[in-house]
Design a protein around this ligand. Sequence first.
Ligand SMILES: [Zn+2]
Length: 251
Amino acid sequence: MVRKRDRFWEYVELLDGKFKCKFCDRKFAGGVPRVKSHLSGIKGGGIDICTKVPEDVRIAATEASPGLNKRAKAEACSGKIEETLLKMHISKDDVMPDKLLVKFILLNGEDVDIVRRPSFIDFVDAVAKHGSHYKLPCCSVIKTKLVPDLEKEIGEYVANVKKSWVRTVCTLINYVWQREKRSFMSIFAYSIEGVVLLNALEIPSSMLIFDLVEGIPYFVTREIGANNVTQYIIQNPGDCLEFMPNDDHTH
Ligand SMILES: [Zn+2]
């Protein structure tokens, strides 16, 4: 029984004991395993790979060579591992900003509620959209250029929000937080036009949180007008107390 001639011989010409590839015209010594290796496009087989082989022939040559096929799979697998590692790297990076945010909050004595403040959220969103090439401006640029440029705009924004208190209702929120046995609070007024910080101060240690409720009407009547406030919310981490303006607590 005559053994069937390997089909890959048809892609080469035999010349002087060598074979010449019909696709790239290069000549090599060796038998059919080297023909397949050349046509498979898989590097490292001890022979230069063919740069002009049609895709169907290349795939057939890879499949017809168990050794090459195994190596091709291993290469594809290592590619997947690299891809997975890349994804892991990205997800690791995703965690980093959270840690840096907490570091920023703790080292600067900021309130954790900063993550709910619209202006802070706007800043973070803008940095994310700007991409990795964003650099913080230096102090002198902020003081001499950015602040003067924006002061007018912010002044107009605040004036506009304050004007809205007359025609729309607003919610007054007291954020209370503790740091190193000291307590602080910020009072924000939320209305349909936006948010304005009314006051930020340290709470004397002799004062209880419920005493604050007595102090709120003072800010309300002075800044907003009692009739324009729908509710007061005193909020500290893990706690949230709500009072309607006509509650007995506010008198
Ligand atoms: Zn070739």
